[in-house]
Design a protein. Structure first.
Length: 211
């Protein structure tokens, strides 16, 4: 159960934030808006405070039960499933925070909030490049990496570091909204281009860098 500690902490934070912000809200609040941003449903604040947190607990419990009944074949697969559970809980946490802020009439761009779980997923995938098996479905595939296992290994190791670094650069939109789309797309594109060029350079050292 220790490996589920981050999940449990996030669930606790979800309830804590919901009750903390919810305590300052009036008893009856807006619960839904139409596509024009006009309120089309009003209800009790308890619905807003409890609905998503309680649903998250139920889904998390179902996931724990399913894991106990399944024989997962590898550590990587178990890690992936555990990460996806955490990723889902983080998405719910972000959505709940936005709903609470919106009910409190505090406007926050959804893109800015959703970039937090997206960056977490991006960093997880970036780390996976370093563990990609030779010629597997996942990895930086160029004609140079596919000709030499060592070129594959070094290129994907470099790609992992590049993408992890770019994930840090992509944090900028959290603080400077006007740079959101620029910082969200440019770093990964540059990282991929550098990784491809690096694979060409490394291949030349092994004598198979010809065009």
């Amino acid at each position: 159960m220790i490996r589920k500690a981050p999940h449990l902490l996030l669930l606790a934070a979800l309830f804590a934030v919901s009750f903390l912000i919810g305590s300052y809200l009036p008893q009856n609040i807006a619960l839904h808006w139409d596509k024009f941003g006009i309120i089309d449903r009003i209800g009790s604040k308890l619905e807003l405070i409890l609905l998503l947190p309680c649903a998250s607990i139920v889904i998390f419990a179902i996931g724990i039960y399913a894991e106990s009944r399944l024989i997962l074949p590898s550590r990587k697969l178990r890690g992936l499933i555990s990460f996806m559970q955490f990723f889902f809980l983080l998405l719910v946490f972000i959505i709940q925070v936005r709903n609470l802020l919106r009910a409190a009439e505090v406007w926050t761009p959804l893109e800015q909030l959703m970039s937090i779980p997206v960056l977490l997923l991006y960093a997880y995938v970036a780390n996976a490049f370093d563990e990609a098996d030779y010629l597997s479905v996942f990895g930086v595939k160029t004609k140079w990496t596919m000709q030499n296992p060592e070129v594959w290994r070094k290129t994907n190791h470099m790609a992992s570091r590049l993408f992890q670094t770019s994930a840090g650069m992509m944090l900028i939109p959290l603080f400077i909204y006007r740079l959101f789309y620029l910082c969200l797309f440019i770093p990964p594109i540059l990282s991929f281009i550098i990784a491809v060029v690096y694979s060409r350079v490394i291949a030349g050292k092994y004598g198979n860098g010809g065009d």
